[in-house]
Design a protein around this ligand. Sequence first.
Ligand SMILES: Cc1cc2nc3c(=O)[nH]c(=O)nc-3n(C[C@H](O)[C@H](O)[C@H](O)COP(=O)(O)OP(=O)(O)OC[C@H]3O[C@@H](n4cnc5c(N)ncnc54)[C@H](O)[C@@H]3O)c2cc1C
Ligand code: SF4
Length: 586
Amino acid sequence: MAEKLDKVDVVVVGSGWAGGIAAAELSKAGYKVVCLERGKERSTKDFVGSKDELRYTKRHELAQDLTKQTMTFRNNVGEDAIPMRKHNGYPIYDEGTGGTSVHWSGWSYRWLPFDFEIRSKIIEKYGEERIPKDMIVQDWGVTYDDMEPYYDKWEKTAGISGEVNPLGPPRSDEYPNPPMKESPAIRLFADATKKLGYHPFRMPAATVSQQYVNPDGETINACVFCAFCSMYGCDFAAKADPIVTVLKTAQKTGNFEIRNNAHVKRILHDGKKATGVLYVDPLTLEEFEQPADLVVSAAFFSGNNRLMMLSGIGEQYNPETGKGVIGKNFTSHYTGIGGNAATAYFEDKKFNTFAGAGALGCVIDDFNGDHIDNTDTDFLHGFNISIFQDGAAAIANNRVPQGTPYWGKEFKEKSVHYAHRYLNIGGMQGTMPYTHNYLDLDPTYKDVYGDPLLRITAKFTDQERNMAKMIAEKCAEIAEEMGADIIDTPPVADDVEMTSSSVNTHAAGGVIMGVDPETSAVNTYSQVWGMENVFVVGGSSFPHFGNSNPTETIGAFAYRAAEGMIKYLKGDGGLLVESKTSKETV
Ligand SMILES: Cc1cc2nc3c(=O)[nH]c(=O)nc-3n(C[C@H](O)[C@H](O)[C@H](O)COP(=O)(O)OP(=O)(O)OC[C@H]3O[C@@H](n4cnc5c(N)ncnc54)[C@H](O)[C@@H]3O)c2cc1C
Ligand code: SF4
């Protein structure tokens, strides 16, 4: 029998950016907030002296323990899904104070106006017949203009250091901090892409370029380019994360408590409204009921989906009938297709790529969204291309040109020769949703508490394969202009298929937003259509994946959701926006 605790105004599940922003805004507004975080307590000082590539990059010490919680994966309905037992290069997600948002790399982009009105814009430009019947792409129900103030707020909280994208959407203000330093590799990429007629700009970075005090009064230090950034916590408090920003802000209000080692198993409800949550302490296995007026699920895409499914909130999506909304529109920036698209080897140039930062880089947006004309492409949406210098850690980065044996004298000679003589150029694809890519509960495999695991059913289509081929082509073109002597582009096979290792931390969907409860689970304030006092915040609400990193958009929607929550609590309840019938045709 679970111990029933005293009621609070708001319970937040998860302490990453999404949960941290909700907690800060609500506690600043005077509400009593408890944040339940399944992982252990940690602070910046826990990261001191932790520059250990084997522990963090290879053994993924900060990532979640897959022996206790994982997901299962299959390509098709009818197949048995298999549990994911190993993190790929980019771990699925993290647990502990600050969540995955602690060991991220800090690439921080706004998505395009095109992304928020994607279906309408595609139809306007190419006609409805251009959208394949199984591509269930839909408008989000908000426009970029609606989101601009929240993007601005996020950038100021996180101290984003950047240079305005010449092809980017309109902005109400510049970045709060100047871009990071320009390395020779970045200069070479910028010069080459300019010569090719593209529009390079410095990667917007949450690895902050100078000491900065954000509007909540939190200090983020200047990055020292230590190069142990992506998959590490920052011991210099120089990477914007929830620990140094929003959780600190929430703590200062006196209205906030973070409870670690609290794994939420269910959102409790009476069918119409939530009454609180049920959680278990993973160390003692004691169970607690935390009553609350409002529940915020901010448990990453997978935790959010699973909580909705396990709690019986909303109708499970059925790929056969197209009915139901929970679990629909799973997307990801799939690893292994369209990622690191060209490795450029130089005989006459050496680069100190061992120095770096998570978000030290340069980008072109010329093929992003509707910047690319899809009339003659064999895919919809687009991709960006970037060069980044995040520290060529010694174990993970031992590049030799294709064809070199992976052992023996030749390997050793070339590995030493090219150690400072190669650069990676990569792309990130916009990912479209399909009827056959979805999430549900696995009928066989369970977690350590006996609850079913989340099951992913997903496969590639020619959309992803064709875009990956064009990314490789464009990256090679840039590498050539940069003067590379050898250019390796991994081939994209016509039948390359998704595996569990394709799924990474950039995963989204399943509790998507929209205007119509028939085709979306939450409204544009992330409020659940059928349960007005539950808000589900994070990448789970994306109806498709834009072609750059997700966290800034997660942060912007978390600010919008928090505004909605405060409006809801101050008012007489009810839905914050009226539902409409969407134009989506499945
Ligand atoms: C190595 C790496 C590099 C990355 N780099 C970038 C980048 O450069 N740019 C970018 O935009 N994104 C990047 N990302 C992705 C980014 O980290 C995520 O988009 C972001 O952290 C998501 O924030 P969130 O608040 O939704 O989830 P999280 O930060 O994961 O927070 C969710 C929290 O919920 C907790 N939780 C889950 N389930 C439960 C439960 N049942 N009960 C209690 N607590 C629960 C988890 O323990 C976790 O702490 C990167 C990720 C990784 C791993
Ligand atoms: S590279 Fe910069 S932001 Fe990243 S961990 Fe090192 S000091 Fe911190």
